[in-house]
Design a protein around this ligand. Structure first.
Ligand code: UDP
Length: 324
């Protein structure tokens, strides 16, 4: 029988790619999304409910009318800087509403949950690459939100047997332009779309910080293609179905690129020069974040396959050219 997956945040960047892959594999998809980015989502392969994922009536209706196998939860405020300025909104949306969602799941005896977590739970790295045993000491409200939910999940698993996989994403990037999926944040704050737009529109790209403790003095991040992240969700659900366990996994490539390296690569791919300005560092950015993904490899059989920098930038460029 076709299994039904509820995906709060399924019209967002990572959620939409995952929802697409899940339905390709035969799952029935219900997306519950408020469209906070006013993003376009005109795909008919999912049932789309436009509502807040904390709307109790809607949730009750979804769980009553459908036999939900699992929930994959992507709906969250994601901007680290904003979380520092508006922690109340972030705790409300990312923590309280998520706990409500878990409670409704328990009420309807739905006990499989895949959670979008983040490498922001680690804070300043003590040892690189980061593995899942690295101390968690988040520096932003956003990172704390994610860690608090992970703690709740541990307790819910122990007390109520709500099984979960928490996936700690490093830097999601790239797109599936031929399917009509890609990054549509409003406002856009992420490095790759901003570089590509600056090149195209001959505008200045701001490098945030040039005094980091890295070889070229700009921040180093681990960029992972969204399709690889989506694939990890498929495997996470299999893990929940095949084991009675819960777990936490990093999703990254194990290789980092600096902001300057990203700029250089993008210029090569676009065959155009980029105007840059060196600006102050952004609050909350640490020098280097690079994942050790061995645990996901061993337990899920997951490995990045689409995350070469060329593929990430090419797919993002094609997407940018389509959405204009
Ligand atoms: N960055 C930058 N200029 C920009 C946007 C981002 O220099 O206009 C840098 C940012 O400081 C960080 C890296 O690019 O070191 C990745 O930032 P992004 O916002 O894409 O992802 P985050 O790491 O915040 O999730």
């Amino acid at each position: 029988m076709q299994k039904t997956i509820l995906i709060p945040g399924g019209a967002g960047y990572i959620g939409s790619h995952t929802a697409y892959l899940m339905q390709k594999l035969g799952y029935k998809i219900i997306i519950l999304d408020k469209f906070i980015h006013n993003q376009k989502f005109d795909h008919n392969w999912a049932t789309v409910i436009k509502a807040d994922f904390a709307d109790k009536n809607i949730l009750e209706q979804i769980f009553t009318e459908n036999n939900i196998e699992a929930v994959m939860h992507f709906a969250a405020f994601i901007e680290v800087g904003e979380s520092v300025k508006k922690p109340k909104d972030f705790y409300e949306n990312n923590v309280i509403k998520t706990l409500n969602l878990l409670d409704t799941m328990l009420k309807y005896n739905v006990k499989k949950f895949v959670f979008s977590s983040s490498c922001a739970v680690y804070g300043n790295p003590i040892k690189l690459p980061l593995d899942e045993n690295h101390p968690t000491n988040p520096i932003s409200p956003y990172g704390k939100n994610k860690l608090i939910v992970e703690f709740a999940l541990q307790d819910y698993f122990n007390a109520y047997n709500l099984q979960y996989v928490s996936l700690r994403y490093f830097n999601a990037a790239g797109a599936l332009p031929t399917i009509g999926l890609g990054e549509q944040h409003n406002p856009e704050t992420h490095i790759i779309p901003l570089i590509l737009r600056a090149i195209k529109n001959k505008k200045i790209f701001k490098i945030f910080g040039s005094n980091y403790n890295t070889p070229d003095k700009t921040c180093i991040r681990d960029y992972i293609h969204v399709l690889d992240i989506a694939q990890a969700h498929v495997l996470a659900l299999k893990y929940l179905e095949n084991t009675a366990r819960s777990n936490i996994f990093n999703l990254g490539t194990g290789h980092g690129y600096s902001v300057k390296e990203m700029v250089e690569h993008a210029q090569k791919i676009c065959k155009q020069e980029l105007l840059i300005e060196n600006c102050d560092a952004r609050a909350g950015d640490v020098d280097i974040l690079v994942a050790n993904y061995n645990k996901a490899k061993e337990n899920l059989g997951w490995e990045p396959k689409f995350s070469s920098l060329d593929n990430i930038l090419q797919s993002a460029l094609e997407w940018e050219n389509r959405i204009k």
